[in-house]
Design a binder for this molecule. Structure first.
Ligand code: SAH
Length: 482
């Protein structure tokens, strides 16, 4: 094994860098050099249109022709980006002779410096290198870091850069300075930037600097939607919140696959809340959030689907606001949207449905408050949450108010999960079909003309049950005819 590379961030502002080559690779390298404020000199027989434009704008110099060692004069660095190994070798040799560092694109052997993969957040740069040996791995890691570092890092880096002198004056000792930064970063500052509350963030920073802020730990709650089950449906914001959490209070609906992605050493507390069975009282959930936030913890309140769709997220926010606990909300993919997608049912369709209603109907009381006249209209889609128990009443009232008994339905159990099941049928036999197949919670009912499309458009898991067998997995008849 050769020795490791020496990592280095070079100041190229106003400095001459030679790029040999005028193709797309040379263009990318030149762009990166311009971003760093360098003065690229591009030597090549011809240039890409963008390189030509930069030359016309006076941002780069162009030497037309084949490589000549004179091109190296007054350069600080050299990049060889041609597809001609003979030229690349000549460039590397000429650079070596002049004690100049050279990068030969895609050739670690010939290179005396490597260009790392970069994640940039304002003045903050993360550079990743595999020493030229495994650039794909470095790029893969870069993509992972990109998703982990939200934009608040840019604001933090800019603020700290701007205030560097003041911070040094205020805390001349390194150890004091470190403590100050630790406190700042563990506190509300990153969250305030994420919430785009820049003025409040600055205010908090100055209060901390002048020490008239309450330096006690201040907790917060993120109310996060975990989606329907498939962990791939989490948002990046949800993932980040789960990675930063000290405490995760989750519903029973949140899947194992999702919970696995949370921070390892966070405390996980299941707070029930499934449609059936025992669940913790809402008051107790509130009390738990309050207790942990007041203890200075970063709390994630993790809910199935979206927190604001039949998730009591609104009540939790009202409670947090009333108790002065800072909060943020991360939306999730709600069951209706996810189940429809994973069953191959477009919720709206130009030919079949011009509107969608999200409804919950799990008990007599909730039934009586619904506008059945409106719900029974044709050419619309109903997505019924928590509906498994009340299917008989649902059929009765819809038919009473004029919905045709032949209206198609799809019942989706465990939508987006490994054990997803889809049942198809018509309103006339809805409760019987559900009972016969012993549908269990969580299950979502989609009722309306579009539900029949699951039969031809399904793509995930097993085909719908209860649909005519001849059409399963076959293209739609119109397609066959064409
Ligand atoms: N806030 C959640 C809904 C909570 S109410 C959301 O936005 O999705 C709970 C009901 O949601 C369940 O009874 C069921 O009707 C539906 N549901 C949630 N996840 C589901 C899933 N993976 N498959 C089918 N239905 C689901």
């Amino acid at each position: 094994m050769s020795a490791p590379l020496f990592p280095l961030f070079a100041d190229l502002q106003g400095r001459r860098v030679l790029v040999v080559g005028g193709g797309p690779v040379a263009e990318r390298k030149t762009e990166a050099l311009l971003h760093a404020g360098a003065r690229p000199r591009v030597g090549a027989p011809g240039l890409t249109p963008r390189l030509q434009a930069w030359q016309a704008q006076g941002r780069i110099d162009w030497i037309e022709g084949r490589f000549d060692a004179h091109w190296l004069s007054d350069a600080w660095l050299v990049v060889a980006a041609t597809d001609d190994t003979v030229v690349n070798r000549a460039v590397a040799a000429a650079a070596e002779a002049r004690h100049l560092f050279a990068n030969v694109v895609d050739d670690a052997e010939l290179s005396t410096f490597q260009v790392p993969a970069i994640v940039e957040r304002g003045p903050l740069q993360v550079a990743i290198s595999s020493g030229g040996g495994a650039p794909m791995l470095a790029r893969h890691l870069r993509r992972q870091l990109e998703t982990l570092l939200d934009d608040s890092w840019t604001s933090l880096a800019e603020l700290f850069t701007r205030q560097r002198q003041r911070i040094r004056q205020r805390f001349p000792q390194t150890s004091d300075r470190r403590r100050f930064f630790e406190k700042l970063l563990a506190g509300p500052l990153p969250r305030l930037f994420r919430q785009q509350l820049h003025a409040q963030a600055e205010q908090h920073f100055h209060a901390m600097l002048d020490e008239h802020a309450n330096l006690g730990r201040s907790g917060s709650v993120a109310v996060v939607g975990a989606g329907p089950g498939d962990a791939g449906l989490l948002t990046l914001n949800a993932l980040r919140a789960m990675n930063e959490a000290d405490v995760i209070l989750h519903d029973r609906l949140v899947s194992e696959d999702v919970l696995r992605l949370g921070r390892r050493d966070a405390t996980y507390i299941e707070v029930g809340k499934s449609a059936s069975g025992h669940s913790m009282r809402q008051d107790d959930i509130h009390a738990l959030m309050l207790e942990h936030a007041r203890a200075g913890h970063r709390v994630v309140r993790l809910k199935g689907g979206d927190p604001f769709v039949f998730g009591r997220g609104g009540e939790e926010l009202e409670f947090l606001r009333a108790h002065g606990i800072p909060y943020e909300v991360v939306p999730g993919i709600t069951a209706a949207v996810a189940c429809a997608a994973y069953a191959g049912i477009p919720l709206t369709h130009r030919d079949h449905a011009q509107s969608v209603k999200l409804v919950t109907a799990h008990c007599k009381d909730s039934f009586d408050t619904l506008d059945w006249q409106a719900l029974a209209q044709e050419r619309q889609t109903l997505a019924v949450y928590m509906g498994v128990a009340g299917l008989e009443g649902l059929r009765e009232r819809l038919v009473q108010h004029g919905r045709a008994p032949s209206t198609p339905f799809a019942l989706i159990e465990n939508g987006s999960r490994r054990d997803q099941r889809v049942l198809n049928g018509t309103l006339a036999d809805l409760p019987e079909t559900a009972r016969f197949h012993q549908v269990r919670s969580p299950a979502l009912l989609i009722l309306g003309e579009v539900a029949a499309l699951a039969d031809t458009l399904h793509w995930f898991g097993a085909p719908p049950v209860g649909a005519p067998t001849h059409s399963r997995n076959l293209p739609a008849p119109t397609l066959q005819a064409a």
